[in-house]
Design a protein around this ligand. Structure first.
Ligand SMILES: Nc1ncnc2c1ncn2[C@@H]1O[C@H](COP(=O)(O)OP(=O)(O)OP(=O)(O)O)[C@@H](O)[C@H]1O
Ligand SMILES: [Mg+2]
Length: 262
């Protein structure tokens, strides 16, 4: 599984509906060499879910064992940068700067013809129309065989859907959302040992004050506050289950501090 934000120790992967759907969507894209989009609010777990699905693909856990390329660009990259980075990701080396973008595009076409692949572009809201058009051109070439997945946060769908040539080619689209409130207690109990024996009421209180159904926020809670939330300092003679329980008297100040964190 991918690494958790801030290296959170002991946290599990939440099997949210969206997390599971990403695996299915990627499998469809790979089967049909098609284009897809996963987008939604920050911290809802898009990158984490895609990375987990890519790991499974690379390990052959899904039976495909397909090569994957995962890219993210700075804001408003040039077409040259996109071509350069894709080439570098596919070959392991950078093309000489003397080569024109048209040379790079031809080289990319050859490389993307060789074997089926999945190309993922994260933070896709940063792309310009020209870059989207370059990727579409490569994808539409009759000889290339690759699936293309755009992943992005706020504004991603607006940027991509503005390009009619791309929009008409999107085979799968998954808008991510925060975890639904009624699913929060069960998911949180499985997320980290400190929540295992907490009551629904407390878990909703945590989510309302701070988590807002967002895995990234729930993860951020622990590195800063986990000692505040337990039954005081761990003692050798205290049972492990007691040590890990959330301390009701301490929780309110902890949530309030966190609720003020952006
Ligand atoms: N399904 C999950 N189970 C457990 N933890 C998760 C899950 N999804 C996300 N997280 C936690 O939340 C953190 C942030 O998630 P992620 O980076 O995937 O968010 P994002 O939706 O890509 O946000 P952004 O739009 O800002 O890129 C992860 O590093 C991980 O610790
Ligand atoms: Mg992300």
């Amino acid at each position: 599984m991918p690494r958790h934000f801030a290296g959170l120790h002991g946290a599990a992967t939440l099997p949210t509906n969206h997390f599971q759907l990403v695996g299915r969507i990627i499998s469809d894209l790979v089967d049909f060499h098609a284009t897809g989009v996963v987008h939604g609010p920050a911290g809802t777990g898009k990158t984490y879910a895609v990375e987990a699905a890519l790991e499974a693909l690379r390990d052959g856990a899904t039976g495909t064992g397909i090569a994957t390329v995962n890219l993210a660009f700075p804001s408003r990259p040039t077409m040259r940068l996109v071509a350069d980075e894709l080439l570098r990701a596919l070959t392991g080396s950078k093309a000489p700067s003397s080569r024109s973008r048209f040379y790079l595009t031809a080289a990319l076409t050859d490389l993307l013809t060789a074997a089926p692949r999945l190309v993922v572009v994260d933070e896709a809201q940063r792309l310009t129309g020209d870059c989207i058009e370059l990727l579409r051109h490569l994808h539409d070439h009759p000889d290339t065989r690759f699936a293309l997945l755009y992943v992005g946060g706020d504004g991603c769908w607006e940027v991509l859907s503005r390009e009619p040539m791309l929009r008409s080619r999107i085979f799968r689209r998954l808008p991510f959302q925060a975890i639904k409130r009624d699913q929060v207690p069960a998911l949180m109990r499985g997320y980290h040992p400190i929540y295992t024996s907490a009551a629904d009421k407390l878990l909703w209180e945590i989510d309302d004050a701070y988590g807002h159904g967002t895995p990234a926020r729930l993860g951020r809670l622990h590195p800063h506050r986990r000692h505040d939330l337990r039954r005081g300092r761990p003692r050798a003679d205290r049972r492990r289950s007691d040590r890990q329980r959330v301390h009701p008297a301490r929780r309110r100040s902890a949530w309030l501090t966190l609720a003020a964190t952006p």
